[in-house]
Design a protein around this ligand. Structure first.
Ligand code: AQP
Length: 335
């Protein structure tokens, strides 16, 4: 039976790319009645750089609030933070011994995040995709909704599962499908159309945060980098115009329509017309989420309760899978 798993790191505030590329799809899959497990991957959050403990705690609760405010229902989906379910790291270690150095060396996100000085990157950042494979496979998840930047990691998950199954001569871990759908699977920075929008970009103007108020959203869109031409009459005309394409994609994803439909309406329009329309749409869609988020954040104890309950349910699913894995590997368990 299909089972959906995905996660987001509690680093900084959620940005529009996370929402359109991931969270929106999470909620749809839940509402389609699929079995859905959504995680706040706090163990991953400490891989790229030092996280101030109070900030990490806050970001974890805020991400839970963002999920719920976006429509994730803890009664329908399992919602929890990764560090409360030890099975992730247990399976992660085994996968560290299955994954090959050569495979990890090909991960483009490690290269992006480690930057020029890979010697200074943490071992955790290097092993991140192996832990991510464990996050997914600890639940035997079959479907993983993600943005385009995570495609390579889901492919690695399949390689790890296949090698484990082959080495031990079992048909145990399933083949996982990445689900990368919609008009905004790769939202780009508002300051540079060739760079992806990211929570940890030093420039706050490069992204729209789910916590931004209406004025801030409108201002960031008004100031977004564009070329001087009007929008093209056909979507083909967006091919070598990354900034224009990005804004059209964002519009389409927020409106729940296609790029073609947006161009049918705004083809030939100047950015002076299109940007205010986009800002209005973004505020209409995002303001209710940020209002609900701040309401939920007034009661952190309730958020912690939800995460604890979710963690218990998650552990109930993962525990027998990890027990079986240990058995397959040959670890003696006598207590
Ligand atoms: N720009 C984006 N467009 C579409 N989808 C995106 N995602 C991230 N950025 C975009 C998707 O959001 C989910 C969660 O991502 P993550 O928290 O695991 O980390 P990330 O991919 O590294 O995202 P960020 O925002 O760039 O975070 P930081 O700055 O902390 O590294 C994933 O499904 C991702 O594809």
């Amino acid at each position: 039976t299909p089972r959906v798993f995905s996660g987001i790191q509690p680093t900084n505030h959620l940005q529009l790319g996370n929402y359109l590329g991931a969270v929106k799809r999470f909620v749809q899959m839940q509402d389609e009645g699929m079995e859905t497990i959504y995680c706040i991957v706090d163990l991953h959050a400490i891989t790229a750089s030092f996280q101030e403990p109070a900030k990490l705690r806050h970001a974890t609760r805020e991400l839970a609030a963002a999920y719920i405010a976006s429509g994730l229902d803890p009664a329908k989906s399992i919602l929890f933070n990764q560090s409360q379910v030890p099975q992730h790291t247990e399976l992660g270690w085994i996968f560290n011994c299955v994954a090959r150095m050569g495979w990890m060396n090909r991960m483009t996100q490690f290269k992006d995040k480690a930057g020029k000085n890979a010697e200074k990157a943490s071992l955790g950042l290097y092993a991140y995709p192996s832990l991510m494979a464990a996050d997914i496979l600890a639940y035997h998840a079959t479907h993983v909704p993600v943005g385009e930047d995570q495609k390579q990691h889901v492919e690695l998950t399949r390689d790890i599962a296949a090698k484990f199954n082959h080495d031990y001569g079992v048909e145990f871990f399933p083949e996982t499908q990445p689900i990368i759908e919609g008009a905004a699977t790769r939202v780009m920075s508002l300051r540079d159309g060739t760079k992806k929008m990211s929570k940890s970009d030093p420039s706050d103007a490069s992204r729209i945060n789910l916590t931004d108020d209406a004025d801030t959203i409108a201002k960031k869109i008004r100031k977004a980098k564009t070329d001087p031409e009007p929008l093209p009459e056909t979507t083909d005309g967006l091919a070598d115009r990354p900034e224009a394409r990005n804004l059209v994609n964002i519009y389409a994803a927020l409106a729940g329509t296609t790029r073609d439909a947006v161009i049918a309406e705004y083809g030939g329009a100047q950015f002076g017309t299109f940007k205010p329309a986009l800002a209005e749409l973004a505020v209409e869609k995002l303001a209710p989420i940020s209002t609900e988020m701040s309401r939920l954040m007034d009661d952190p104890a309730e958020i912690d309760r939800i995460l604890g309950e979710g963690a218990e349910r998650a552990a109930n699913v993962a525990e027998p899978i990890i027990a079986k894995t240990y058995d397959i590997v040959g670890f003696v368990r006598s207590r």
